[in-house]
Design a protein around this ligand. Sequence first.
Ligand code: SF4
Length: 214
Amino acid sequence: METPKNPTSINHRIREGLSRLAMAMRADDWNRAKTSGLNPTQLAILELLEGRKDGLGVKEIAANLGVAQPTATDSIAALERKGLVEKQSAATDKRGVTVGINSEGLSMLEAGRSQPSIAEQTVGALADREQEDLLITLVKMIRHLQENDAIPIQRMCASCRYFAPFAHSDAAQPHHCNFVDAAFGQRDIRIDCREHEPADPASRAATWDAFQQG
Ligand code: SF4
């Protein structure tokens, strides 16, 4: 137990802080899901499938959400019954059957975004520089998790084959996205970009070194 004379380690206190934020975000998720007649897992599946035109297999959905496959299967079946996702078979795809969001599912996501969530309001209360620092810290933490196989590769710039960090001398827009062939700034770094294509492990490591050193 923490006392004024004996603080716990900073790692432990940061974990406690993150857990308080996670609690507020879970409440956010329940409220948003309830408004749409879903539960948080079903809502998370819709958000995961958004922008993935080839859909995802059940195994990938379960891995991305950190839930067991039977849980993912049940939630997908519920979403199918509600007419928000569709199964699609891809003969050329090793996954066989994938699940994709349809236009009704996309409309439901859109409708649920009219109000900023508690988490977004909280981030909005930070100064610009604090937001940028937080974004980069989150990228570092997510990368650490994915490089240690704790979570799947996320659609972040840091793991994208189109990302050229610090390719420009302009301090406001130092990075380059080769997909759109345009410069962008540190606060525009993406966490979940639909145009992301994973770089191979060697390029990913080199890109990360360049990003860190910039
Ligand atoms: S395609 Fe998306 S993830 Fe890739 S570098 Fe461009 S903005 Fe970043």
